[in-house]
Design a protein around this ligand. Structure first.
Ligand code: FEO
Ligand code: CA
Ligand code: CA
Ligand code: CA
Length: 625
């Protein structure tokens, strides 16, 4: 019999059934509201959203973006009824963004359409307020702000002091630590000092290089810059007025020696980072913190804070056979920094100097963190800084996964979100799936390994670990394996039943009470759409392979939310009193119902929109308990 969780918590709702409808489902006794769907005006410069796709790029610049993803709620003066919701807009759907999809004339995209697409990406800071039981946007608030795929941002840390960022544009601005825009912002994080972190995930596909791959840099090959044009053909826009600063040609990073106005070979080097935003200060510029590594960042979470100890950040690289990273600050945490006057300066203190590590899972229970610094010793016994291409810290950061390859990191089944237990400090990571994981044992990265034991890992799993007294050591165990309920015990390793079967865990967030929320992207079977479950973790017990769920404790893991058809469920935020939960429904097929605030209305959309959903208990009270 598994002992009850030491927290004394229990889930105060009945697990809901799986469902496949054009509506969201929540437990009895809860309501679910639609809040700030794509295209919601943030100020009077934007026309109201129109359901025929005819809003302009200027409207889009002043409205919430598309494809809501990671988010965080920043209270105003501690309030649980008013605050700033920061949310990511990961990508776009051109068919819904425009009246009749993307247009393309002889291989050229029109500038106005592309500007609208650029403005539908990035981050929204949205002032929201609860009035008479309904959450809504405070239009024209001074806090409302959009960051897009064109917003100028600063870079700090090792890459910022190198020459890797120099372009025609940085020359003109006389500042070589600039980048324009943030792309494919997936998961998120926040900091102990009150800033938002947005994470650049599948950004390499927004840049293309057209010459022969034999000329490419190692990092362009390793990170996967596109050889076949850009994701939305932004590089194809014909020269327009701002051509000399490369408004669109910058997405083509092919070196063009002899034509400086066209040479944006370094443009992509300003992408692939954790970006810090101060939501409380609309005048502050966003900052890309390069010390935390450059890869396809899924999210970023900080470790349990201890006065006088470093601040630690965790981030996964979401691709098949990629790695798990942590950053350990040089500065030691001081609680006096929890509410600083200058939040971006505090970010510089804790995020610009420190050591980036990558994880190696050595054996059941034991792992080590490998430092990514010039003086580290590679798996072949070389000094990392003596390997061509990895001389300086800037070089190492620029090709973070290449450095991690040399160090012998463990290739994982797509590390997605990380989450830190606020009580115990244990860290969790979702490994969403990996259809390419094989069991051929031919000593390649694709072989099953101690932390990724399932061939063709279709349903994913969750691992958790504790840091050791020595910061280079950790102890770990399997926490949960995704599966459908009727699978045999070789697949359904965690003993899931119909009330909590799930697959492809992705979003993962602890609330401050110690409930862990799991969101899915990919589903498990024909019984249900993507969903969110709550789990009360048992104590970490590294002496045995303890799975969190078995037939005796199904009540520890319950399904709380099911999304509408064709969506994924992602992003989670809470008010300080835990009475209001915000989650995002991304890429729904036929939702929300036209004009409806009730997210459980299944009557269908005129034009489907990603949207935030607010969940509250009828009559008030904490969500989940
Ligand atoms: Fe954008 Fe890894 O999900
Ligand atoms: Ca997604
Ligand atoms: Ca995700
Ligand atoms: Ca995913």
């Amino acid at each position: 019999v598994t002992p009850p969780p030491s927290s004394g918590l229990s889930l105060g709702f009945d697990s809901i059934s799986g469902s496949k409808t054009d509506a969201v489902s929540v437990p009895a006794g809860y309501t679910a509201q639609v809040l700030a769907p794509w295209g919601t005006p943030l100020n009077d410069q934007a026309d109201e959203w129109k359901d025929d796709g005819s809003n302009t790029s200027e409207d889009q610049l002043n409205s919430t973006g598309m494809m809501h993803d990671g988010m965080h709620f920043f209270p105003l003066e501690g309030s649980s009824a008013e605050g700033l919701l920061c949310m990511n807009h990961e990508f776009i759907d051109q068919n819904r963004l425009h009246p009749a999809g993307a247009t393309d004339t002889n291989g050229r995209r029109p500038a106005e359409e592309v500007r609208k697409e650029i403005n539908a990406h990035g981050v929204s800071v949205v002032h929201i307020q609860l009035v008479d039981g309904v959450w809504d946007v405070v239009k024209n608030s001074k806090y409302n702000k959009r960051y897009t795929a064109a917003t100028e941002m600063d870079l700090t840390g090792p890459v910022a002091s190198s020459d890797w960022l120099i372009t025609k544009y940085t020359d003109e601005k006389n500042n070589k630590a600039l980048a324009r825009g943030t792309n494919n912002n997936c998961g998120n994080g926040h900091t102990p000092w009150g800033t938002y972190l947005t994470c650049e995930e599948n950004w390499p596909g927004y840049f293309t290089r057209t010459d022969d791959k034999s000329r490419w840099t190692e990092e362009q090959l390793r990170l996967g810059i596109s050889a076949n044009g850009t994701r939305y053909d932004w590089d194809t826009v014909s020269a327009v007025s701002e051509n000399e600063t490369g408004e669109f040609v910058r997405f083509d990073v092919t070196p063009r020696a002899g034509d400086a106005t066209q040479d944006f070979r370094n443009e992509a080097n300003g992408h692939g980072y954790i970006v810090e935003i101060d939501p409380y200060n609309p005048q502050a510029r966003a900052v890309k913190r390069t010390a935390l590594g450059r890869f396809r960042h899924e999210d970023c979470s900080f470790g349990k804070l201890v006065e006088g100890q470093p601040v630690v950040f965790y981030s996964g690289h979401d691709s098949q056979f990629e790695y798990l990273y942590k950053f350990v600050s040089k500065a030691l945490w001081s609680a006096a920094d929890a509410n600083p006057e200058d939040r971006i300066a505090t970010g510089a203190k804790y995020m610009d100097k420190g050591t980036l590590y990558v994880a190696r899972f050595n054996e059941e229970g034991a792992g080590i963190w490998l430092p990514l610094v010039p003086d580290a010793t590679t798996k072949d016994g070389a000094r990392l800084g003596d390997v061509p291409g990895f001389t300086t810290q800037a070089d190492i950061i620029l090709n973070t996964p290449g450095a991690a390859d040399l160090m012998g990191a463990t290739p994982m089944d797509r590390p997605e979100w990380t989450a830190v237990d606020p009580k115990t400090g244990s860290v969790y990571v979702t490994l969403t799936n990996n259809s390419s994981r094989d069991n051929q044992d031919n000593n390649s990265e694709t072989d099953t390994n101690v932390a990724n034991p399932r061939e063709g890992n279709k349903y994913g799993h969750i691992i958790r670990w504790n840091e050791g007294a020595d910061p280079s050591q950790f102890t770990w165990e399997f926490f949960l394996f995704g599966s459908f309920a009727s699978a045999n015990t070789l697949v359904n390793l965690s003993g899931l039943n119909e009330t909590n079967e799930f697959g492809s865990p992705d979003g993962l967030t602890f609330d401050d009470r110690g409930l862990l929320w799991i969101q899915t992207d990919g589903g498990v079977n024909e019984n249900t759409n993507d969903q969110m479950l709550a789990i009360i973790p048992s104590e970490l017990n590294s002496t045995e392979n303890m799975l969190a769920v078995n037939s005796s404790n199904q009540d520890q893991l319950k399904r709380f939310f099911v999304g509408p058809n064709d969506c994924e469920v992602t992003g989670l935020a809470f008010t300080p009193d835990n009475q209001n939960f915000f989650l995002n429904v991304q890429h729904p097929g036929n939702w929300p119902a036209a004009g409806a605030i009730d997210a459980t209305d299944s009557s269908g959309a005129n034009r489907a929109r990603s949207s935030t959903v607010v969940i509250m208990k009828d009559g008030g009270g904490e969500v989940g308990l």
